[in-house]
Design a binder for this molecule. Structure first.
Ligand SMILES: [Zn+2]
Length: 243
């Protein structure tokens, strides 16, 4: 799952309340550790609180195996404060550069990478326009289905245009976005990082709607459509139950 967190405090509280470790336990634990630190716990206490939390989430977990990770996260809990951002701004000059690219699919990919680079900048002042996501996740967020070969060709196209750069460190696969321009006026504010590709298409005037239940931007298939497929199915299921 490619979940981009905007409000870490809310996210940590949700994990603690609902006892959810999620698909990336280390990430969740790190956030919970920093949350505990932010409300005044000492590092020593945080270690055992993390253990409790893990065992509550999954009583069968081998806590010994996690000890090293837990100690490290508790120890690092004072390093970064929890972030809470409303979203990111896309500016006119950035949008013009994207729209100058040939082909909607490539535009969508570039838009997504720009959003991710700006998100990185927002949560870390030293990020410097880097995209810290795997290609697989970038393409999911772009709403693009393509083979691995096609994916690397597309990224290569953007590199040829000079829109992205690679890291000079050999085993670093991160990409650097070259079209960030914060001095130009804002044309779009992105506050939801699900379906970035669809949000771009909607900006371009294509038929996309915002689901009235979950807020996700999805392609409009029917003339009168209020919900995404998942929410529509759930709402129908509940209606049937009521009957
Ligand atoms: Zn929905």
């Amino acid at each position: 799952m490619t979940n981009i967190v905007l409000n870490e405090k809310a996210c940590a509280e949700y994990a603690l309340e609902n006892l959810i470790l999620g698909s990336k336990p280390t990430e969740t634990l790190g956030r919970v550790a920093r949350y505990y630190y932010s409300i005044g716990y000492k590092k020593k206490e945080i270690g055992s609180l993390l253990e409790d939390f893990m065992l509550k989430c999954d009583p069968t977990i081998n806590i010994v195996k996690w000890q090293g990770v837990i100690d490290k996260l508790a120890n690092m809990s004072d390093k970064y404060a929890l972030f809470d951002i409303a979203g990111i701004s896309i500016t006119q000059s950035e949008m013009e550069k994207i729209q100058a690219i040939e082909g909607k699919m490539l535009q969508r990919l570039m838009f997504t990478m720009l959003c991710l680079a700006k998100y990185g900048n927002e949560i870390s002042p030293t990020n410097n326009n880097w995209v810290n996501k795997k290609d697989k996740d970038i393409f999911t967020l772009s709403n693009i289905t393509a083979t691995l070969k096609r994916q690397s060709l597309m990224i290569n196209d953007l590199w040829t245009l000079g829109y992205v750069g690679y890291s000079r460190v050999v085993d670093n696969i991160n990409l650097n976005v070259k079209i960030v321009d914060n001095d130009s006026p804002e044309v779009l504010f992105v506050s939801d990082f699900r379906n970035l590709g669809n949000q771009y298409m909607r900006y371009c005037g294509e038929k996309f709607i915002e689901c009235q239940s979950c807020g996700k931007v999805v392609r409009q298939n029917k003339n009168v459509q209020k919900y995404c497929t998942e929410c529509a199915t759930e709402i129908n299921r509940q209606k049937t139950l009521e009957k």
